[in-house]
Design a protein around this ligand. Structure first.
Ligand SMILES: Cc1cc2nc3c(=O)[nH]c(=O)nc-3n(C[C@H](O)[C@H](O)[C@H](O)COP(=O)(O)OP(=O)(O)OC[C@H]3O[C@@H](n4cnc5c(N)ncnc54)[C@H](O)[C@@H]3O)c2cc1C
Length: 533
């Protein structure tokens, strides 16, 4: 493994600006490589590293810009404008559930909250037993999880990483008789500034910018930013490359059209963009499952105001978790910072003096996020023509998912009241707060399911998965157990789309482990897939 500390502007990335300056590049150009990886996030960076270090010629193409760590300002507003997809306003079709994603070199790992979880053995046994995915059996996949854990420097939060917000959660849990535990995170010597969602300027967060991308480049991989793949090219049931467009990240003007001829194509654009790309590419989809089975891990954030100043926006973004209700009730909790810019988005709605008064209390606020295990019924669809269409993300909570989120919000409120909160702000589109535990039920009664769950709970999803699920039955799944798309030889998926079922665990670790397995599988089939063997 290569040394971690690379110069902060030192990841050699070809950007649109470089291409515009290069006289040898006209409005249309062609490149050739053995492996083209679409997307440079959790999955794509892992595949790039695994295959580059195995001696393959790898080209990573990333739609988003290259934003070196030194450019992060720790202001969420700046980062959202620059490297979140659609400036962090990617919404479902009814515009009431937010789906933020990273769209930059490093993908969502650059803005991730650093929580690292493995799925429990019971889930892996189900996937390998009932679903027949033997490659996911605990004894097969666990060693890969461990390897990724070492690459990501996963560690349990130390005492100094548990901040005042998390301490309020601990206090509440102890009074309520709930268990809690520190979360595992992929950070080395965290600077505890609490701005993970705005990008880590100190390279302590083990995002792909710091780990697998520079390692891949160290083994000869090339990375191109500002380059969006528009179509995977398929002939006679075999992928042979991609078409892409290079755009100036500021003006969105086209700099060039690009064709990349490749022997293996790996789609790693994430669980929302990959199915859209494959739909636009009109890949054969005998299963009819492409873009379906979208699982979103929905969550709501409860905020609590305490009498004393907590400065709860400092410290590790996520400190402790409560997981004792997953099996019984289908929800879990993470303590969360109440960082001012995030509060302006998530916090109590209202305008003018109301909003100002709420924001003035920011030093006194703590947050607890309630996540629900969802049913994976969502769908991502490209509507319209290849060049002129639009994406539609369809996900609204079912009645039972809604009730889980509501119960989760109720429980989070009770934990904070037990810790002495003076007021709770409920995650509702109506402005709902409760000054005491005795008012809570009446306030909660005002949160009703409504039309498809709309206009009630303020729901976020950071962790989409499952839209190109892997499976052993070609009529039920988009890819086989090796991540190769059924009926398209040489086209692989290696991102969150692959997950076979909704799961409760934070996905980053699983995504990277599956991507490692896919990449090692590609390498093992060298003779079959590559001209050079
Ligand atoms: C704000 C936030 C916080 C999160 N926190 C956590 C956490 O604490 N723990 C955890 O486990 N998970 C977390 N996640 C989720 C985690 O980051 C994702 O599950 C994981 O990164 C998914 O990996 P991926 O490879 O599927 O996609 P990504 O990492 O999102 O990478 C996809 C990349 O592909 C690029 N791309 C897409 N389409 C194209 C195209 N057509 N051409 C070229 N490039 C393309 C995108 O721009 C993007 O850079 C968080 C996510 C967000 C948004």
């Amino acid at each position: 493994m290569r040394a971690i500390n690379i110069p902060r502007d030192g990841l050699p990335v070809t950007t649109a600006r470089d291409m515009a300056r290069d006289d040898s590049i006209s409005g249309r150009f062609t490149l050739k490589t053995e492996v083209v990886v679409i997307g440079s996030g959790a999955g794509g960076s892992m595949v790039a590293w695994e295959l580059a270090r195995a001696g393959r010629q790898v080209l990573v193409v990333e739609a988003g810009p290259y934003h070196p760590s030194s450019a992060f300002t720790e202001h969420l507003g700046d980062t959202m404008t620059e490297i979140y997809r659609e400036q962090a306003a990617q919404l479902n079709a009814t515009a009431d559930v937010l789906f933020p994603e990273g769209a930059c070199v490093g993908g969502s790992t650059v803005i991730g909250a650093c929580v690292m979880q493995q799925p429990p053995d019971s889930v892996l046994r189900r996937w390998s037993g009932e679903l027949g995915l033997k490659n996911l059996a605990p004894d097969v996949i666990k060693p890969l999880f461990e390897e990724v854990g070492r690459e990501q420097y996963v560690h349990l939060n130390d005492a100094h990483e548990i901040n005042t917000t998390a301490h309020k959660v601990i206090q509440g849990c102890e009074r309520m008789g709930f268990s809690w535990k520190p979360v595992s995170r992929n950070v080395r010597q965290c600077a505890l500034t609490g701005h993970c969602l705005a990008g880590c300027p100190s390279d302590r967060k083990m995002s792909a910018l710091v780990t697998h991308l520079p390692w891949a480049v160290g083994h000869g991989a090339r990375v191109m930013a500002d380059t969006e793949v528009t179509r995977v090219l398929i002939r006679n049931g075999r992928a042979y490359g991609v078409e892409a467009v290079v755009r100036d990240p500021r003006t969105r003007q086209k700099v060039a059209d690009l064709r990349i001829d490749a022997e293996v194509v790996v789609a790693a654009g994430g669980a929302i963009q990959t199915p859209l790309l494959l739909q636009r590419s009109e890949i054969p989809d005998v299963s009819g499952q492409l873009g379906k089975n979208l699982a979103v891990q929905p969550f709501v954030q409860v905020l609590a105001r305490f009498r004393e100043e907590l400065h709860g926006f400092r410290g590790a973004l996520v400190g402790v978790e409560i997981d004792e209700f997953i099996e019984t009730d289908g929800y879990m909790f993470f303590s969360a910072l109440a960082e001012p810019e995030q509060l302006m988005i998530q916090g109590n709605q209202g305008a003018g003096p109301d909003h100002i008064n709420f924001m003035k209390s920011y030093k006194h606020l703590a947050g607890l996020n309630a996540f629900a295990v969802d049913e994976g019924r969502g769908e991502v669809k490209w509507k319209g023509s290849h060049t002129d269409g639009r994406k539609v993300i369809s996900w609204n909570p079912s009645r039972s998912e809604f009730e889980k989120l509501k119960h989760g919000a109720a429980l989070a409120s009770r934990v904070f009241f037990a810790a002495g909160a003076e007021e709770i702000y409920l995650p509702s589109f109506q402005r709902l707060s409760a000054p005491s535990v005795f008012d809570l039920d009446a306030r909660l009664d005002e949160i009703t399911y409504g039309v498809r769950g709309m206009y009630s709970l303020r729901i976020n999803s950071f962790s989409s998965h499952g839209t190109c699920r892997m499976g052993v039955d070609r009529y039920q799944a988009v890819t086989n157990a090796r991540g190769e798309v059924y009926d398209v030889k040489g086209l692989f998926v290696a991102d969150a789309s692959l997950l076979p079922e909704p799961m409760a665990s934070a996905p980053h670790w699983t995504v990277q482990t599956l991507a490692k397995q896919v990449a090692q599988g590609i390498h093992a089939r060298g003779q079959e897939l590559f001209l050079k063997g």
